[in-house]
Write a protein that binds this ligand. Structure first.
Ligand SMILES: [Zn+2]
Length: 147
């Protein structure tokens, strides 16, 4: 399970929602009242209140159970906002290809911060350090949430 923090909200979560794929839990997010329809992570049909006796969780906590490659692509197409033409050119199952395409795009639009981030991620990927890629992207996602 890969842990993500996708809001900068200090509140305790009072709701949770999730998405399933092929009968298995893909991810689960914990959110406060205000963030219960948080963009990109809202599945209203699955929203439920957290029981009062459940252990407290910070708003924006995500338990991501997807395969590593899918999580990496979800970072690229989610908070990094690299979708459409650039992403379409990448092989759907090849997260390295997505990462390369994202890097080219971010470099092209002169987003220096994210271009440097994806370059770092590509170096880690080339060294086979996929867990480090996930940690790097999760840290950057949390930093981006804090603006
Ligand atoms: Zn919140």
């Amino acid at each position: 399970m890969h842990l993500r923090q996708v809001t900068a909200c200090p509140q305790s979560a009072s709701y949770t929602t999730h998405r399933r794929r092929d009968g298995r839990l893909a991810w689960q997010i914990y959110v406060c009242q205000r963030h219960r329809r948080f963009s990109g992570w809202s599945v209203p049909g699955n929203l439920r209140r957290i029981a009062d006796d459940d252990p407290p969780v910070q708003c924006g906590t995500v338990h991501d159970h997807r395969p590593q490659g899918e999580i990496i692509v979800s970072h690229i197409e989610g908070w990094m906002g690299v979708t459409g033409h650039w992403s379409d050119g990448a092989a759907p199952d090849d997260w390295r290809d997505h990462l390369r395409a994202a890097h080219s795009y971010l470099y092209y639009i002169r987003n220096e911060r994210l271009a440097a981030l994806t370059e770092h991620a590509l170096r880690l990927a080339a060294a086979g350090m996929v867990n480090d890629v996930l940690m790097l992207l999760a840290d950057a996602e949390t930093a981006a949430a804090h603006g």
